[in-house]
Design a binder for this molecule. Structure first.
Ligand code: HEC
Length: 126
């Protein structure tokens, strides 16, 4: 059988399709803990999920475009998140860092605090 595309390229497309499918499926199946609903709506409204993914794993659609330059951290990894203080998370959202945009002009401090609480919930709901 003749192979029309270099097999490496075809593999990449397959990976992208599989990842998009996983992202789509996980966002519809994700359980919503009640106490973080407000933080969650802000997370969705501000577009955090397009880079960080619906469950914070760093697998949003735009993370693919950033993938080669900046790694989007996995905020659903408990071991990693233990190394991040609330203060660091707060400041990163407010001031931005590398390709993470700053939200200090779009969100108020209490709103950013709600987002930090919501982000913490990623490690609690497996
Ligand atoms: C354009 C893509 C993009 C968007 C949109 C985005 N982020 Fe990020 N975010 C990143 C990247 C990339 C990093 C890693 C920055 C670094 O450390 O180099 C990051 C880092 C973070 C961190 C720090 C995590 C750590 O490891 O310390 C937090 C918290 C965070 N983002 C929350 C948010 C929230 C909340 C929103 C929505 C209001 C958001 N992000 C929107 C790309 C994005």
């Amino acid at each position: 059988m003749r192979v029309f595309f270099p097999s490496r390229l075809r593999c990449q497309w397959l990976c992208v399709m599989v990842m998009l499918f996983v992202v789509g499926a996980s966002s519809t199946l994700a359980a919503e803990p009640k106490n973080t609903v407000s933080g969650q709506s802000k997370y969705d409204a501000a577009g955090c999920a397009r880079c960080h993914g619906a469950s914070g794993k760093g697998n949003g659609p735009q993370a693919m475009a950033l993938f080669f330059m900046f790694k989007v951290p996995n905020m659903a990894d408990p071991a990693y998140m233990q190394t991040r203080s609330d203060d660091v998370l707060f400041r990163t959202i407010k001031q931005g860092k590398a390709s993470m945009p700053s939200f200090g002009l779009k969100l108020t401090d209490p709103e950013i605090k709600e987002l930090v609480v919501y982000i913490r919930s990623f490690t609690k709901t497996p």
